[in-house]
Design a protein. Structure first.
Length: 261
């Protein structure tokens, strides 16, 4: 029997991710382009994942798109599906015992409750940048650090500094004020991480947090935010090296189901 390849495409607000699955189990290739919906990112990510796999579009049995910009791929994808379902599917594949998924993306925060691998409830903040990747991008710019360095720098903190504003604009003013007072940058970063965690925990408690808890999305690569969430939730949080590809993985898994019906 010939191998069956399916493609999942996750078009986010700030990045485009693709993942090809072989026979619904093995990751054949993946790609990530750091621009998302409304840009050339999705097409570039598709070209890159096909090149990485040494394949052409005609070699794919089924393609499924998800994410903020999924509707822009009509004609390129066989089907579009909600990112909520795809994130639940991907997380359950990576962590079969998962019951709570915290996904922090570029412009929104999602908390999913999962039973037997299926999403049964969710809470979502997509009206405000507070607690999102965008919030961290703004803070990094003000602090003149790279966003990927924030986890390491925050771990060097020796004193608690509170960043109390949940609004990105007001929090930016707070950080500027702290810098003007000579507050250590590492302490400010740790305070930012606690502020993000507080915002997310408030959302999570609306549906209840049940272990096993898994964190996905680009912000899951920030160890400072993960540790702050652990402290405030009082439980272990699991992450995967595939954290940014979780939505694309779920889309590829659904694509495999569609291809084998």
């Amino acid at each position: 029997m010939a191998d069956l390849y399916t493609l999942g495409i996750d078009v986010g607000s700030t990045a485009s991710k693709c993942l090809i699955l072989k026979n619904g189990q093995e990751i054949a290739a993946k790609s990530l382009v750091d621009v998302g919906a409304g840009t050339s990112g999705p097409k570039r990510a598709i070209d890159a994942v096909l090149a990485n796999a040494g394949m052409e579009a005609g070699d794919l049995a089924y393609t499924l798109a998800t994410g903020y910009g999924r509707m822009s791929l009509m004609g390129l994808a066989d089907r579009q599906m909600s990112e909520l379902s795809c994130h639940a599917k991907g997380a359950a594949f990576l962590f079969p015992g998962v019951h709570t998924v915290i996904d922090i993306g570029g412009q929104d925060v999602k908390v999913l409750h999962i039973d037997d691998g299926v999403m049964v409830n969710f809470q979502m903040n997509d009206k405000c940048a507070a607690g999102t990747g965008r919030f961290l991008d703004v803070m990094a710019r003000v602090l003149e650090v790279k966003v990927e360095e924030m986890g390491r720098l925050g771990a060097l903190s020796t004193k608690q500094v509170a960043i109390s504003s949940t609004c990105t604009v007001f929090a930016e003013s707070e950080v500027i004020s702290q810098l003007a007072q000579g507050t250590d940058r590492n302490d400010i970063i740790a305070g930012i991480h606690r502020s993000v965690a507080s915002r997310v925990v408030g959302l999570a408690h609306r549906i209840g947090v049940q272990q096993q808890v898994v964190m996905t999305g680009g912000v899951a690569q920030n160890t400072g935010v993960v540790e702050a969430l652990k402290d405030q939730l009082g439980c272990e949080i699991f992450t995967s090296p595939l954290t940014q590809y979780n939505g694309a993985l779920g889309a590829a898994l659904f694509a495999y189901q569609c291809a084998t019906k």
